[in-house]
Design a protein around this ligand. Structure first.
Ligand SMILES: O=C(O)CCC(=O)C(=O)O
Length: 335
């Protein structure tokens, strides 16, 4: 079995993901590169072209299986329209909070940097290649999509609403969170803090995801409810011996692709290019209920409250329009 690096290849009935960087990532300005990619041959996340919404729910959502959906955004104007010039024109004067300090060593050193979006876009365009976290530009990470792109719904209208549960459909993009950052940006290993389903969309550049099921959380040295101390790219087995038992999967999400992750799925996300993405975290009635019951497993009470709001909507029929004003504070606080 042979393959070009960075491709999914099949052999012996299995699909494997080949590391896109057979050696270290290219070095920036004389620094040591941080991310040699030793894991040739993590099994690849399943990939389904043109997966219909009904099968998506029956085979993946209902069965808690992740799936890569190549080209799901292909008919959406967002894919070509959402470039730096468009962002400048629409929201360049907006103030944004950027995150600095998302590193392989975790989120303990996370700080927030205030900037004007236009200045941040200029900096991204003019950046020198830096792979070391201390010198890398900060990350516009997990902010409400419509705060940056108020017309998102129009630019995404070509994507069938049926990929979302009925309760969310009319206002689905108001639940979406936006990400924009330089090459090498990292979101360390974690699960989504409300234990929601996550449909993640890539608009520009590529990201590499390393995924582990929630059941393997015990191998990953959790801290602060949802973060994990293990570096999924370069695990230190002396510090984290239990991680030897972990069974990660990986995939590269390219512009136009979507990735579905079930509740609690652990994910480590590395930008391979300057990258723009957004996700929608959503519940089904069952996952919302489990999200409320997670109070008994240490979920922060604030998160339980937000899960209770969504559970109320999903189980009572109170509309998303009426719940959103109460839930919106969550979208601004996710970290
Ligand atoms: O794109 C990223 O850097 C992080 C994405 C993520 O963690 C998520 O969608 O939950």
């Amino acid at each position: 079995m042979t393959a070009e690096p960075g491709h999914v290849v099949s052999g012996h009935g299995l699909h494997f993901w080949e590391c896109p960087h057979p050696g270290p990532l290219p070095k920036g300005e004389g620094e040591e590169s941080r991310n040699p990619c030793p894991h040739q041959g993590y099994p690849a996340v399943e990939r389904r072209e043109n997966l219909a919404p009904r099968e998506f729910f029956a085979e993946y959502v209902a069965k808690n299986r992740p799936v890569l959906l190549p080209g799901l955004l292909r008919d959406c104007p967002a894919l070509s329209r959402w470039n730096f010039d468009h962002l400048r024109a629409v929201s360049g004067q907006r103030g944004v909070k950027l995150k600095q300090g998302l590193t392989d060593d975790g989120v303990a050193g996370l700080t927030s940097v205030d900037a004007r979006l236009g200045d941040y876009l200029d900096a991204l365009e003019n950046q020198t290649e830096h792979s070391s976290p201390g010198e890398r530009l900060p990350y516009l990470h997990d902010v409400p999509l419509t705060s940056i792109l108020p017309e998102a719904a129009t630019d995404l209208a070509a994507l069938a609403a049926e990929y979302f549960p009925p309760w969310y459909r009319e206002r689905r993009w108001q639940f979406a969170q936006f990400f924009l950052g330089p090459r090498h940006s990292l979101t360390p290993l974690h699960f989504d803090c409300l234990l929601t389903h996550n449909l993640f969309f890539q608009v520009m550049g590529r990201k590499r995801f390393i995924l582990l099921p929630y059941a393997q959380l015990a191998c990953c040295y959790r801290y602060r409810w949802r973060w994990c101390a293990v570096d999924a790219e370069q695990p230190d087995f002396a510090r984290h011996p239990l991680y030897r038992q972990a069974q990660p999967q990986a995939c590269i999400v390219e512009a136009g692709d979507a990735l579905y992750m079930p509740p609690g799925m652990l994910h480590h996300v590395r930008s391979l290019d300057t990258a723009m993405s957004f996700n929608v975290d959503w519940h089904t009635p069952d996952s919302a209920l489990r999200g409320v019951l997670a109070a008994g497993q240490g979920m922060p009470l604030k998160n339980v409250y937000y899960n209770a709001l969504i559970a109320l909507g999903l189980w009572s029929g109170i509309s998303a329009a009426r719940v959103l004003p109460w839930y919106r504070a969550y979208l601004n606080y996710v970290s």
